[in-house]
Design a protein around this ligand. Structure first.
Ligand SMILES: Cc1cc2nc3c(=O)[nH]c(=O)nc-3n(C[C@H](O)[C@H](O)[C@H](O)COP(=O)(O)OP(=O)(O)OC[C@H]3O[C@@H](n4cnc5c(N)ncnc54)[C@H](O)[C@@H]3O)c2cc1C
Length: 355
């Protein structure tokens, strides 16, 4: 049986792995926690596969009545609570709250029942359904509420630095599977590992339910003061995500299922900038006025049916706790996911930690 002093391995240093490792560290004070990852927030040129480096990232709730969406809504609320604390106590982390605005051309039935005053993004989020007179041309529904944005690279770096400063270890290494971490840990003298937490994003492409969703965005120097999202009737999106602490604004973005292209497409950049000018002329009113800092391409690790958060025993003494497949919601679900993963680590047959 595992004990609360047994070493724990977390595979992956994306926003999920870093959040899980942070929470494990605060629960298992006597256990050595090690992150093994192919890429970390200090990797100089992260690949498109390291999704956390390419996210917007903002919090935009996805209302719905399916068990998956209900569960995600709970995880999003838990995450928002913790992000509020981070924004207050550690402004250097790069999390900040501002107004979130949405305009939908073809609103799904899930939003039709929403009323001003409902809890949408968090309690006291000031949720308000916009009046028809406030909607831009073409939009049928809109709302505003208090949301947060994350400046993703500094935020992940902040999580990593805190993890290391509290005694966490990080090993840069590409594994062939989550199970491979047990033998790797033995070879590296990390002790007898009984628990590996798999936050590898896509589970080594060994789960047939996992697919990539390509996302291309543009980072511009101009700083917007709120995060706005417009979903068009043709399924395309125009969003602006200001990056806290003067990090510019993300102009986005695409959601291209299964598209393997890792380079930015110039025609996509042009289209995104034009869409932004059309939808938000109060931000920048012509494409040639954008001060472009960077084109971004990332692959969202999407899993049909949702995140996999469950325990798999590969032998009586070795278990893998999975936490992968966040799709386009890894930041806004991160702390809620970490709590669930830690609950699984705490669960039988492992001994309870000293909390
Ligand atoms: C354009 C774009 C916009 C987005 N916007 C938002 C947003 O606004 N809000 C939001 O919440 N989310 C957003 N996302 C989604 C978010 O980025 C992902 O959900 C999140 O980053 C997933 O985190 P992760 O830790 O699961 O995976 P990743 O960040 O992909 O991390 C995986 C980790 O596992 C490691 N790993 C993988 N394979 C191996 C291996 N073989 N051996 C060792 N280590 C391995 C990697 O090196 C890495 O450290 C966006 C994504 C994109 C691309």
């Amino acid at each position: 049986m595992a004990s609360s002093k047994d070493p724990i391995i977390v595979v992956g240093a994306g926003v999920i792995g870093l959040s899980v490792a942070t929470l494990l560290q605060s629960c298992y004070r006597d256990a050595p926690i090690t992150i093994i990852a192919a890429e970390t927030p200090t990797t100089p040129s992260p690949s498109a596969d390291y999704a956390s480096m390419w996210a917007g990232a903002h919090y935009r709730p996805v209302p719905g009545s399916t068990p998956q969406l209900k569960q995600e809504a709970q995880m999003a609320l838990r995450t928002a609570e913790r992000m509020e604390r981070i924004a207050d106590e550690s402004p250097e982390a790069g999390v900040a709250f501002s107004m979130g605005v949405e305009y939908l051309e073809d609103p799904p039935k899930e939003v039709a029942g929403l009323k001003t005053g409902d809890v949408y993004a968090s309690p006291n989020d000031g949720f308000r359904v916009l009046d028809q007179t406030e909607l831009p041309a073409g939009a049928k529904w809109g709302c505003e509420y208090r949301a947060y944005c994350v400046n993703v690279q500094p935020y992940c770096r902040w999580l990593l630095d805190r993890f290391i400063s509290k005694g966490g270890q990080v090993i840069l290494h590409r594994l062939s599977s989550a199970a491979d971490a047990f033998d790797f840990a033995r070879q590296r003298g990390l002790g007898r590992v009984k628990t590996v937490v798999n936050c590898s994003g896509r589970n080594f492409d060994q789960d047939p339910k996992v697919k990539i969703i390509r996302g291309q965005t543009v980072l511009v120097k101009q700083q917007y003061d709120k995060t706005v999202t417009r979903q068009n009737r043709d399924g395309s999106w125009a969003f602006l995500i200001p990056r806290p602490r003067g990090g510019g604004t993300i102009v986005g973005g695409t959601k291209e299922i299964g598209d393997p292209e890792t380079h930015p497409r110039p025609e996509t950049r042009q289209k995104l900038l034009q869409q932004a000018v059309d939808a938000y002329p109060d931000f920048v009113d012509s494409v040639d006025k954008f001060k472009i800092l960077k084109d971004n391409v990332g692959r969202r690790p999407w899993r049909e049916g949702g995140f996999r958060i469950e325990t798999e025993f590969i032998s009586p003494e070795r278990r893998i706790v999975h936490g992968y497949g966040a799709g386009g919601r890894g930041y806004e679900l991160s702390w809620g996911t970490a709590e669930r993963v830690v609950e699984l680590v705490n669960a039988s047959p492992a001994a309870k930690p000293r909390l």
